[in-house]
Structure formats: C-alpha cells, structure tokens
Design a protein around this ligand. Structure first.
Ligand code: FAD
Length: 456
C-alpha cells in the first residue's frame, strides 16, 4: 500500500493506525487463537463510528481486504488477515444502561464482561456467552447462545436495534422499524452485512444466580447424558445447564488426587429465585454421585467469568459444531467414546440447550434458521502446545465425524472452523436465499467476506 494513501487514512481518523514497521504491530496483528499468524497491511483501532466509516471507504477505494475485529475470539481468526486493513473495535467498549426502559446499548467492541459489569448493578442481564472475554457483537451477529437462552432466547432475540456501517460507507440504523431487511439479516447472518458500531438489547431481571460446575465419574457418562436429555426437555426455563467433558484443573474444590483426571460434568445456571436454587439443582445431585462441585449463589457476572482462566488468549484452537434435534442413544454412545479422550485441560465438548424461548421465534423471523434444534454442540479443541496441533485437530475431527450422523447438517456459525465454509447453506436452511438477496443489496461486491461468507 502507498505510504501517502495510509497517511490520508491516519489524518482522517481519531483512532490509532498501526503499520508493520510500527511499535505495537506484533500485538495489533494477533488474535485470540495463537494458531493464526497473519500480517495485515494496517490495523486501525477505531475510536468512533466515523473512524469505521473512513476505514470502510478507504479499504473499498484502495482495493484492500477488510477484516473486522470485536472481541477477537473468532476461532478461524477472521479478525486479522494477510494484507488487509483491520478495523479493531476494541477501543469502543462503552455500555450504557437505560434502567427505565430495561435496555442497554453496547459499542461494537464491548465484551460480555464489559456488558455484564454494566448491567449487573441494575439487577439486569440479557443472553450472552459463557466466557466473559468474548465480543458482544461477534457473538450476537451469529445468534448468541448462553446460560440464559432457555429463558430469554438467543442474544439476537433480545436485539432491539443496531448501528451499522455498510459497504458503501453509510451509517444506518437497523431495527424492526428501519432497514428491516438489514435487521433481519444481522440476526444470525454474522459479519456479512457491515460493521456494527453499537447494539441495543432488551434486558431482564437477573442479578445473582445459583449454579456452577458439577463433576461426575466417566463411568456415569451414559447415565448423566440420558438423564440430561430427559430433564432439559421440559425443565423450568430459568435453568440453563449443559453437559461437558472436562479434565480437572488444579483448583481447590477438586480433590488433589483427582487433578488431571477426566470427568463428565454439568454446568448449571439457575436464574430463578435464589432461594429455590438448591432445590432446582437437586436433580443433578440425584442422578449420580458428584465427585467435585463449585456450586452456590453468585453474581451472574461471576459465573460468566468462572472459566476465563482456562481460556486465556494465546492458546491453539480448532473447533467444530452441529445442531442436534434429538440426543439419541447412538449419539450418546459416540460421546461415550470420544468425550473421555478430551486432550487438554483447556479443551472440551459442550452440549448447549437451545429449547425454550428460542423455539418461540419462527425460523424465518430472523436469519438464524435452526429454531427446531434442541441443542447446539461444540467440540472445542484448545491447547497450549503447537507441537500437539495435529493430534488435537484429529481429536476434534474424529469426534465430529462420529457425532455428525446423529446431528443436523448445519451448525452454529460462531462455533465453526474455516474449513466449514461448505456448510454455509445448510446452516441457514430456508433463509439462505433471502440472505443472498440482502447481501446483494447491502454488499454486492462482498467487501465483508472475511467471515462465514454468504456470497452475493
Ligand atoms: C472462548 C470462547 C467462548 C465462546 N463462547 C461462546 C458462547 O458461550 N456462546 C456463543 O454463542 N458463542 C461463543 N463463542 C463463539 C463466538 O460467538 C464467536 O467466536 C464470535 O465470532 C466471537 O466474536 P468476537 O467479537 O469475540 O470475535 P472477532 O474475532 O472479533 O469477530 C468475529 C467475527 O465477527 C464479526 N464481527 C465481530 N465484531 C463485529 C462488529 N462489531 N461488526 C461487524 N462484524 C463483527 C466479524 O465477521 C468478525 O470477523 C465463543 C468463542 C470462544 C473463543
């Protein structure tokens, strides 16, 4: 890129532009997944929506690739790209709560930690991710699955409006009343339609929750998963709970001689009345002996941050995902084989329930199509040592191959690998053609293509 051209961008923005020769470039080019080693042409740490408009226009007019980064958690590393201009929104993390309206507006680079810290003092929350460092925008644009999904739907089901900079550099508001087609597509369509500079959410009365992780012996896998399947089908919607496979980290609540052993676990979040929490979690204690647990009343943001330490930035990541309608005995048998082989303390497999409130939204009401799936599974390969890449990727792929015959063709775009581009149409089922039409209207030249891409 010509120096004089980048100088024009620098002069026109409030945020910092970092180039390959600048101090700070090594940090600026990196994303959360350490396996991603790309060298963008420039990284703009945007200060406001005006900076985003300038950067979109600059990339388009100069024929540059354009990568957009919020929380930086994209496992395929879409937030950084060789030769690209990166719009890094991590300088735009403000969250404003309107307690009278029970809404909150988050800037495009806010994380769920930022969001929950801002809403908690008001005794309010909305559906967000289970880890506090994940970006609000990236997670929401794909759908948004978390502890509160069964009660309040996906994050997109709580989205009231979004400010968006589209490929032509315009600033648009998308809501049920303005640019409705764009609003429809944003709710599940990922980063395909523009840069979202802020998002407004509906909030619900949630402050302290009762929950945490419970660990069971591997000999109980079938028992725990079969119980979970029956239980979650009609459990109270204040209960968000998911099964997992987990190597025990060296934490005080786990007996020391069990550190490093693998367990089947259930992580629960009861968001109903606190005094009912113990009783609400009783079924998880009745199903099998609990070897270790860290369960009790806690602030919702504390549960949201409880697993952050297992997932610091700088680890290797390779993930795969599917939607599941029924957790059949055959599927459970496949989990029984592959789950216990979880290769590192940071790796896991989660089966998130997406029944309840998310099912009450029609499949064509938003871009997110799998309203009839009961579960979203993710096989999250995460490990520190790059020399283990081949073996750990093989664990994810083998596990995925074994469960795929018992799953839907599509999966949740936010949990998918770069090699899942071939599943895009399946992810959106009957909504795909409409997404293509809306892409043609707002981004006919596919400027926003570094994502799970919907081609115009
Ligand atoms: C540790 C971890 C835990 C996770 N937990 C959950 C979970 O509980 N629930 C869940 O649903 N998902 C979860 N995810 C998946 C997560 O939703 C996706 O990785 C998501 O893309 C992350 O968004 P981000 O802003 O952090 O990432 P980024 O890498 O910054 O963004 C990913 C992509 O999203 C788009 N994007 C991001 N910000 C914007 C914006 N402001 N405007 C337009 N496009 C944007 C861009 O296409 C970008 O390339 C998790 C991921 C990780 C790594």
């Amino acid at each position: 890129m010509q120096t004089f051209a980048i100088d024009r961008l620098r002069e026109g923005v409030r945020g910092e532009v970092t180039l390959p020769d600048d101090e700070g470039y090594e940090q600026a080019r990196r994303v959360y997944n350490a396996m991603i080693d790309r060298r963008p042409a420039a990284v703009l740490r945007a200060a406001n929506a005006g900076d985003v408009m300038a950067a979109v226009n600059f990339a388009r007019d100069n024929g540059l690739e354009l990568a957009v980064r919020g929380g930086g958690h994209s496992v395929p590393g879409f937030g950084t790209w060789d030769g690209a201009l990166v719009i890094d929104l991590s300088g735009m993390r403000g969250v404003r709560v309107d307690p009278a309206a029970s809404t909150a507006r988050a800037e495009g680079g806010a994380t769920w930690g930022d969001f929950n810290a801002a809403t908690y003092p008001f005794g309010l929350a909305t559906t967000g991710g289970i880890i506090s460092t994940t970006g609000v925008a990236g997670l929401t644009l794909g759908g948004g699955i978390g502890y509160l999904t069964r009660g309040f739907g996906l994050s997109i089901d709580n989205l009231v409006s979004a400010d968006v900079v589209t490929a032509d550099g315009r600033f648009l508001v998308a809501s049920e009343r303005e640019n409705e087609d764009l609003f429809w597509a944003l709710r599940g369509g990922g980063g395909n339609f523009g840069v979202v500079t802020s998002l407004e959410f509906r909030l619900h009365p949630v402050k302290d929750i009762y929950g945490g992780p419970m660990f069971y012996e591997l000999s109980e896998v079938e028992n725990v998963l079969r119980f979970y399947r029956e239980y979650i089908a009609d459990a109270p919607e204040q209960m968000g709970a998911f099964p997992a496979f987990q190597i025990a980290p060296p934490l005080p609540f786990i007996p020391e001689d069990r550190h490093g052993d693998t367990f089947v676990a259930i992580v629960a979040c009861w968001a109903g009345p606190l005094e009912e929490g113990e009783r609400a979690l009783q079924p998880f204690h009745d199903v099998a002996p609990v070897v270790a647990e860290f369960v009790g009343p806690m602030p919702y943001p504390a549960l949201n941050g409880a697993f952050d330490a297992l997932l610091p930035p700088g680890l290797q990541h390779y993930w795969k995902a599917s939607f599941v309608k029924e957790l059949t005995d055959e599927a459970i048998a496949a989990h029984r084989v592959h789950g216990p082989e979880v290769p590192a303390v940071n790796s896991t497999m989660h089966i998130y329930p997406i029944n309840g409130a998310a099912h009450r939204v029609a499949p064509d009401a938003t871009a997110f199509a799998y309203r009839d799936a009961n579960f979203a599974t993710v096989i999250a390969g995460v490990w520190p040592d790059p020399s283990r890449n081949e073996a750990n990727i093989a664990w994810v792929r083998d596990y995925y191959d074994a469960t795929a015959p018992h799953s839907e063709e599509g999966g949740y775009i936010n949990f998918m690998a770069e090699d899942d581009q071939g599943r895009i149409r399946a992810n959106y089922k009957g909504n795909y053609d409409r997404l293509v039409d809306i892409k043609r209207k707002y981004d006919p030249d596919n400027l926003f293509h570094l994502n799970q891409n919907i081609r115009p």
